[in-house]
Design a protein around this ligand. Structure first.
Ligand SMILES: Cc1ncc(COP(=O)(O)O)c(C=O)c1O
Ligand SMILES: [Zn+2]
Length: 402
């Protein structure tokens, strides 16, 4: 296929421009990841003059012509919610949650999946495939349905939140389980796309995914009216931290902004290969058997590790780890202090605030990456219902509020 002229694929390792997209989205010369560089001159200031819902209003910053018909479900444009009670608990004045759980399938993945499915359609692909800890599966299944394509997802058997799996089935995906973890599921999918050219790879190694997810930075800048001092987010396969950093860098290089946030990547203690490398300064080493209650970030071999370390380094940010206990406490606090229900992985950045000791007057945005409705079994359900024989019993049981 002839490549459009106003963007190119460049290897982040050796800098080679890729002539064509390979099925596994990696550089033919050195095997590293590719990224998209727009070569068209974009007047990024005018980007913000276009109003409208979601990511596609920023098509001028995406690798498509302005008349593209996107595969869209209205993704992006999620609320930036001020979290005052939580802020005061962790000694901050200006804390915000970017609530990406309000995307069409309940996670930030929809931004990137919309863009990558749109790309797949322009290539004439019929089948989309991904490995997933759950959210990518749900998102891919929905957007494949929207585009009239087939969806195949590979998941770690018996380790995916039932809500996410239910979504994938409801949207009509074929779901395959492997007896292994996410990293092994991804290796299986790499094998599959290299062998069978009918499949289009939808994991975040796909640089079109990153393009969709970078729009989060544009939205935060617009909603806040300035660049935040810190962006704090959970890191699993490390696509989102790379994407959001790319967005902020493009805003700066396009002359829209003159500063950039420090990117803070948060990993669970038992699944922290990136944080370990960033904190120790030692070379990155994958972790064989990652463990954490936060299944979305239970990843030992993050494919975008190099991009993520660059994001943290270039932004003068940090990496930090949090325990499962701290994650679950933050999840409860976010729900009960602010009314924002997230899944466990998405609570990790909020858990990190307590130990990061950021300056009190810093403007801090945490990315609430996924909706807690997918993971409700954490909360006990039926077993926690209190018995009431009538209204008096309720009044008695409650007593005084404080
Ligand atoms: C809710 C949630 N948060 C965070 C992540 C981690 O994102 P990334 O893999 O881009 O680092 C995921 C990935 O599955 C996720 O589903
Ligand atoms: Zn290369």
């Amino acid at each position: 296929m002839k490549k459009p002229e106003d963007w190119k694929l460049v290897c982040i390792g050796c800098g080679a421009a890729a002539e064509t997209e390979l099925p596994d989205s990696t550089c033919r010369q050195c095997g590293d990841l590719l990224e998209i560089r727009l070569s068209r001159g974009v007047d990024r200031k005018s980007l913000f003059e276009t109003k409208g819902p979601g990511i596609w209003r920023f098509v001028g910053a995406l690798p498509f012509s302005a008349d593209i018909e996107p595969v869209s479900l209205g993704e992006g444009g999620t609320p930036l919610v001020r979290a005052e009670r939580l802020a005061s608990k962790v000694g901050l004045r200006d804390l915000y949650a970017k609530n990406d759980g309000q995307n069409p399938t309940g996670s930030f993945k929809d931004r990137g999946i919309s863009v990558a499915v749109t790309r797949a359609r322009t290539l004439g692909s019929k089948a989309l495939v991904c490995a997933s800890t759950g959210n990518t599966a749900a998102s891919l299944a929905a957007y494949a349905a929207r585009a009239g394509m087939n969806a195949v997802v590979v998941v770690p058997r018996a380790r995916v939140a039932s809500g996410k799996l239910g979504q994938a089935f409801a949207y009509g995906a074929r779901v395959f389980g492997i007896d292994g973890n996410f990293d092994q599921a991804l290796a299986t999918v790499f094998d599959l796309v290299r062998k069978d050219s009918r499949f289009y790879l939808m994991n975040s190694v796909n640089p079109f995914r990153i393009e969709g997810q970078k729009i989060t930075a544009f939205e935060i800048y617009e909603q806040l009216g300035r660049v935040p001092d810190f962006v704090v987010l959970p890191v699993g396969n490390a696509g989102n931290i790379s994407a959001i950093w790319k967005g902020f860098k493009e805003l700066r290089s396009g002359g829209v902004t003159d500063s950039q946030p420090k990117m803070i990547g948060v990993q669970a203690e038992g699944a922290a290969p990136l944080a370990k490398a960033a904190l120790s300064g030692e070379p990155f080493r994958p972790l064989k058997d990652p463990q954490t209650v936060a299944s979305a970030i239970r990843i030992g071999n993050p494919v975008s590790w190099r991009k993520a370390l660059k994001a943290i380094g270039e932004s003068e940010g940090r990496a930090v780890t949090v325990s499962d206990e701290e994650i679950m406490k933050a999840k409860e606090s976010l729900a009960q202090d602010e009314g924002i229900l997230v899944e466990a992985a998405s609570a990790a950045p909020f858990a990190a605030l307590a130990k990061l000791k950021l300056p009190q007057d810093a403007r801090v945005v945490c990315i609430a990456t996924g909706n807690g409705l997918k993971d409700l079994h954490d909360h006990g359900g039926n077993q926690r219902i209190e018995t009431a024989s009538g209204s008096d019993a309720i009044v008695d049981a409650i007593g005084d509020w404080h």
